[in-house]
Structures are given as C-alpha cells and as structure tokens.
Design a protein around this ligand. Structure first.
Ligand code: AMP
Ligand code: MN
Ligand code: MN
Ligand code: MN
Length: 277
C-alpha cells in the first residue's frame, strides 16, 4: 500500500489548498492518503471529495498539539476520526483560540529582538488559515531577509531557547487521545525524533501515550534519516505500536519531503492502516 498519512494544506500552515494537495497526492501515485492539518479539520471535506473523485482512499485526520510536563510539546496525529464529533470539534477550537494570544506573544518577543510587525506579517501568510503557526512567522522572517530560509529562522529565532520562542499550554495528552478515540480514530505519535526532549523522556512519554490508548508511531518519516527510521522502528516494537508513514509535506520547495517521498516501512511492523481500511 503506497500511503502517506501526514501532510498539511493552507487551512493550517501548508502552502496549497486541500484540493491541490489531494490532486498532488493522486498524481504522485498514492493509494491511501490523509490530510492532517494542525489542530483543524476544516479542509477534510474538500480533500476527501477530490481524493474520492480520483479513486484515492482517504482517512480524515488532524495533527493535534499537546503539552507534556514542563514546557515539552508533542504532536499527535489522529487518523480515521469523525471530523464532526462534537468533543473533538470543541477541543480543536480551544487549541486554535489559544494560538492567537501565543502569536501576539511571539511577535512581542521578536519585537524585543528588533523585528517589528511580525504579527501582521505572519497573519498575511495565514490569510487562508484558521491558525497562526510558527511556520507563518518563519515565512515572514524570510521575506524580511532576516534569515535565508525557513529552517534557519527556526534555528535562530523560533525554536525553544531562541529569542522568538514562547512557552505555551496546548491540550493535555489525555484530552487529545480521548477526543481522537471517541471520534472513532487512532492516535499516532508524529515525527518521534523531532522533539526537544531526551531519549529517556521520549520513552516515558511513549509509555504514557500507550497507557492513554495511543496506537501508532510514525516510523517512515520524510524528515528522518535511515538511522532515525530504524530507531523509530525499535520504539514501535518496544511499545507495541503500529507504524505510520508520514511525509509531513507543507508545500513545494519548503518541506524535506514531497507527498509519498517516505522511506519504506520495515516488514515486521504492523502498518497503522491494518485495522482502518
Ligand atoms: P507551531 O505549531 O506553531 O509550533 O509550529 C510548528 C510548525 O513549524 C511545524 O509544523 C512546521 O511546519 C514548522 N517547523 C517547526 N520546526 C521547524 C524547522 N526546524 N524547520 C522548518 N519548519 C519547522
Ligand atoms: Mn506545520
Ligand atoms: Mn508536527
Ligand atoms: Mn505536520
């Protein structure tokens, strides 16, 4: 099964519309696809309509931001969710509402670092979106020639410990997994090796994630090296989690990986779609 179960449209911080991402997914030969915008489900109907027109199997998805312990955050992808499930809809709206105040705080920190107008600048890049993400700030800082590309903006301004970083309270792991589970979906830990936590803490988190009903972990990640894919596979085996495939595509020219540009899944792992399709 050629699957890609993690990517973004301009409903959150991707560059293409849900229909454009759907056409690209079909054109690139995917057989199973999910759109997983940050803290949002608004693009799913449009994505599904195009996917079905093109004979591409589609899973409704969302990538939910969660907080853990003192200022750690993780991303949990819900797959096969009912996007109309009221507690999920309300929970995601709560997270989105919190993002605006955070964006103002990010802009205030950037202003202290001498960068003015960042809220308005980021908001322009988020015109079609219902959230402001750090990716929108990054595009604005590139436009201002403060950094040459999005990645270096994160390295110098937006990552934890840098001048434009602010702590933020996202959803709790328990709440996010309850919304996903009750909405009929499965919860998958996104890009496991892209968090600023120690390997020990990642394992502690995965234990709690599993205890809360988490079922999957991204193993074949577009942004992971072959060694990192092997490490994620070991985590999947150790915690008894099914394996997912994720380009985390945000747009042409911006992401590490295009749709479907993912490493192969090790044969012994159970794919997350085993019980979903
Ligand atoms: P936020 O949800 O507002 O914290 O923003 C997170 C988003 O920023 C991610 O989903 C990516 O789109 C982007 N991002 C985070 N870290 C990086 C990085 N090192 N390089 C490029 N984009 C990044
Ligand atoms: Mn993003
Ligand atoms: Mn993520
Ligand atoms: Mn993502």
């Amino acid at each position: 099964m050629k699957a890609d179960l993690h990517c973004h449209s301009n409903v959150s911080d991707g560059l293409l519309s849900p229909a454009e991402v759907a056409r690209r997914a079909a054109d690139r030969g995917l057989e199973l696809w999910s759109l997983t915008d940050h803290d949002e489900v608004a693009g799913l109907a449009e994505a599904r309509a195009v996917a079905e027109e093109r004979g591409l199997r589609f899973l409704d998805g969302s990538e939910i931001s969660v907080s853990w312990r003192d200022d750690a955050s993780f991303h949990v992808v819900g797959l096969g969710i009912d996007p109309a499930y009221p507690a999920l809809v309300a929970g995601l709206k709560g997270i989105r509402d919190g993002r605006d105040g955070r964006a103002h705080r990010i802009a205030a920190e950037l202003e202290k670092a001498g960068i003015r107008g960042a809220y308005e600048g980021a908001a322009r890049y988020a015109e079609k979106a219902s959230i402001i993400s750090r990716a929108h700030f990054a595009r604005f800082l590139v436009e201002r020639k403060i950094s040459p590309d999005v990645k270096s903006v994160f390295d110098h301004y937006l990552a934890k410990g840098k001048p434009g970083y602010v702590p933020h309270e996202w959803a709790s792991v328990e709440d996010a997994l309850r919304w996903i589970g009750n909405a009929g979906g499965v919860a998958v830990l996104a890009h496991p090796l892209r968090y600023r936590v120690s390997r020990d803490d990642l394992r502690v988190f995965l234990g709690e994630f599993k205890d809360c009903g988490g079922q999957g972990i991204e193993v074949a990640c577009g942004a992971h090296s072959p060694e990192e894919v092997k490490e994620c596979a070991r985590l999947a085996r150790h915690f008894g989690l099914k394996a997912s495939v994720a380009s985390d595509f945000h747009g042409p020219g911006e992401s590490y990986a295009d749709l479907g540009m993912t490493p192969p899944l090790p044969d012994d792992l159970v794919p997350i779609w085993h019980d979903l399709v």
